[in-house]
Design a binder for this molecule. Structure first.
Ligand code: URA
Length: 434
């Protein structure tokens, strides 16, 4: 078999067989197929597309390119959750402990963030001493003991995807449905959970700006998961404005803690209850979504969800006192309000721009090597649909550098579009794909 012939076949509209896809992914992982040939293939796939079967074969080949995590040592049904990401997305921090407090076994692999704020791992490192650099044995032990563990993605997990994603990133071939679906699902399948709940974002701050595209991606990933024998479902949720009110690592941790106490923002709480109820059903802990919701509300009300977060933080070396006293979490030196320049309704809050402001403050990474400032970020006091008077506080900026504060403040003001039209904020849950 020759890579040249496979590129030609795809370029001319052909369908690649399982053997051909295995050859291509195996060869690329071993370094036998050069980047320039794989780049040409990715561009051919970008224009011609892949059918359902090819996408499944590609996913499996990438999942099997490295270690397949064996989680059989965990008693019960293991559930993993994945979000396609967005601004202020701290869902795992609250949802994980909530679901675990209801008896779900949460075995999750997470990554660090590149972009507006850190990823789940960066956010969790706001807890002094917390580490996701744990062995697979400790990971399994912790899930058995406390019901939840989060570990950093190992180098051995789906290495083909790692190589391919880096290549797509620099060859303008990221935004193809089959390539995104296979990339995400290869990592989820290799990570070994029995059930997978996906949160696919849609809107201006999401990968998939259009609702129809978000549903197509959700359907594609659910189909891959089901075909691979994993109970998979997806929620399509809104990312047209940031989720909740906090954007920035430690600030998001604080908001997750408030949510676990029943005092979180409405949209974020609703998303956690919806995803959580589906996780409870997938794990066999609840018979219906309604029953799942009630169970989740109960563990919030009786404090066991918050206690579960503390238990989880402690098990991974973190200071659990910070869970009960969030004032101990990293805090910025300067906290300044941003005031409304006129009266009116918030008609739009440009999601990506809010993220960029957090990045300017130092809350995110521009390159893999950048250091992240866990303490900085933004609290959005007003969101879409809110009415403001001139001079009302729109947001507060948390910063450690006066210059950055000024720059982010100017930009955040432009992200708020205030008009005279009374408008209603859309629902956070757009749909469910099973
Ligand atoms: N996230 C991934 O892991 N892969 C993609 O292709 C896009 C987003």
């Amino acid at each position: 078999m020759r890579m040249y012939d496979l590129i030609m076949k795809k370029r001319n509209g052909g369908v690649l067989s399982k053997e051909e896809i295995d050859f291509m992914i195996g060869g690329y992982t071993k370094g036998e197929i050069p980047d320039y040939q794989m780049s040409a293939m990715m561009m051919a796939v970008y224009f011609v597309g892949m059918n359902e079967e090819e996408t499944l074969h590609l996913t499996m080949a990438m999942a099997e390119s490295g270690e397949l995590l064996d989680l059989s040592g965990i008693h019960g049904i293991k559930v993993d959750k994945h979000s396609t990401g967005g601004v202020g997305d701290k869902t795992s921090l609250a949802l994980g402990p909530m679901a675990a407090a209801c008896g779900v076994k949460i075995a999750k692999m997470s990554g660090r963030g590149l972009g507006h704020t850190g990823g789940t791992i960066d956010k969790l490192e706001s807890f002094e001493g917390f580490s996701t650099d744990i062995s697979t044995d400790t990971f399994i032990q912790n899930v058995n003991d406390t019901g939840i563990a989060i570990m950093g993605q190992t180098k051995e997990l789906a290495p083909a995807d790692k190589l391919l994603y880096a290549l797509r990133d620099v060859t303008a071939t990221v935004d193809n449905m089959s390539l995104i679906a296979s990339s995400i699902m290869s990592k989820k399948l290799a990570a070994g959970a029995d059930a997978i709940v996906l949160d696919v974002k849609t809107g201006s701050g999401a990968f998939m700006k259009k609702e129809a595209d978000a549903f197509s991606l959700a359907k594609e990933m659910v189909r891959i998961g089901q075909n691979a024998g994993r109970n998979t479902l997806a929620v399509v949720s809104d990312m047209d404005q940031p989720l909740g009110r906090a954007v920035g690592n430690a600030l998001e941790v604080k908001e997750a803690i408030e949510t676990l106490k029943g005092q979180g923002p409405e949209d974020f709480t609703e998303l956690c209850l919806t995803l959580g109820s589906l996780m409870l059903c997938s794990a066999g802990c609840a018979r219906t979504k309604e029953e799942g919701r009630e169970m989740l509300k109960k563990v919030i009300a009786d404090g066991s969800a918050l206690d579960k977060l503390a238990e989880f933080v402690k098990a991974q070396g973190g200071n659990e006192e910070m869970v009960y006293d969030p004032s101990l979490l990293p805090a910025a030196r300067f906290v300044e309000p941003l005031c409304a320049p006129r009266a009116g309704y918030i008609e739009k809050l440009v999601c990506d721009e809010v993220g960029i402001c957090s990045l300017i403050l130092g809350g995110g990474r521009e390159t893999k090597e950048s250091a992240i400032d866990l303490s900085v970020g933004i609290i959005l006091e007003k969101k879409v649909g809110d009415h403001v008077k001139k001079g009302d506080v729109l947001a507060t900026l948390h910063a450690n550098d006066r210059e950055k504060l000024k720059e982010a403040g100017k930009r955040l003001l432009l992200a708020y579009q205030i008009g005279d039209r009374e408008i209603k904020e859309g629902p956070v849950i757009v749909g469910i794909v099973k």
